[in-house]
Design a protein around this ligand. Sequence first.
Ligand SMILES: *Cc1c(COP(=O)(O)O)cnc(C)c1O
Length: 384
Amino acid sequence: MQTMKLATKLIHAGQEPDPSTGAIMTPIFQTSTYVQASPGQHKGYEYARSQNPTRTALEACLAEIENAAFGLSFGSGVAATDAVLKLLSPGDEVIASEDMYGGTYRLFTKVFEKFGIKFHFVPLHTPGALLPFINEKTKLVWAETPTNPLMNITDIAALSEVCKAHKILLCVDNTFASPWLQSPIDHGADLVMHSGTKYIGGHSDVVHGCLMMNDHELREKLYFIQKSSGAIPGPMDCFLILRGLKTLHVRMQAHCSNGKTVAHFLHNHPKVARVYWPGFEDHPNHAVAKKQMRDFGGMMSIELKKPGMEAAHNMLRSTRLFALAESLGGVESLINHPATMTHASIPHEERLRIGISDGLIRLSVGIEDVEDLLADLEAGLNNV
Ligand SMILES: *Cc1c(COP(=O)(O)O)cnc(C)c1O
């Protein structure tokens, strides 16, 4: 089983037929507690906040698909992020990507700043940009790559060298790439975080988050936080994620293929000024994307030639297949307005400074027939 390729691991890792029935799918162990033969004599399961067999299977699978030794599963992506931040103490400092998921920014600035943790938001995709911010209090670098929504790419291997030299923990939010497109641990990251809500689940029907790591001591610390803070996923959610994972590779190949076609269509469209997608050779970090990603994915953002909120809203109101909604990574295409939706929690000035304009539109290209998607975008652009 050591030599399984990723597509095989996605379907089989961590899962055995259920010993009591032979059920090929891991059952949903909908239980809160486990009967003990005598006090302390049990099969590794005591209370379901600490352990659940559906979650055990999922955590083992998640570890393997990120080439990690350990996986931990949480009730949401931000719950997984929250657990990582709880490794820190007042006075510690964090360096994080400048444009990143708005909810991560909110958790850092509105929840953890209050507890005495200091955050520096830096364009991590610019080599060396973090160096002036490193001091003896720096304990964590939080890198999102590709970033949400500007699709900036950070060189994970180069960043990991800097972090290792300064004994700083490096966590990569791998949500946009998914385990199919990028393996941060292979490039030297200490921790990988995912919002399983997105590509991993893939069907817009479950909220989930996870962490993967190699270091046993780090796993023990994070497991202690997981069970002590209790932000665990339910067994049904674990089942849905296991089920989603089984088609991740097939879905991702379709997302990448449709993404490429849509990106080129928009790039050549007279009403579109700019397409942010790492597959273009003139993307500022294209070479890094090519080095560390297996393909370029189905996430992209665009600027219309007509600037401002109103033109963007005209497009957002007129697509049909591209549904106007937050979230991403599901089989269905979504369109989003970062300034008023996913990134509304970032102050206006700060948003403009990092390049998230009022007119920016983000697309999550689904796996519908690409001809239908192009026709839908054409209709949307006609209304601008
Ligand atoms: C959605 C998302 C998160 C947060 O995950 P939830 O499952 O919504 O809590 C974190 N990072 C990125 C890049 C995301 O897209």
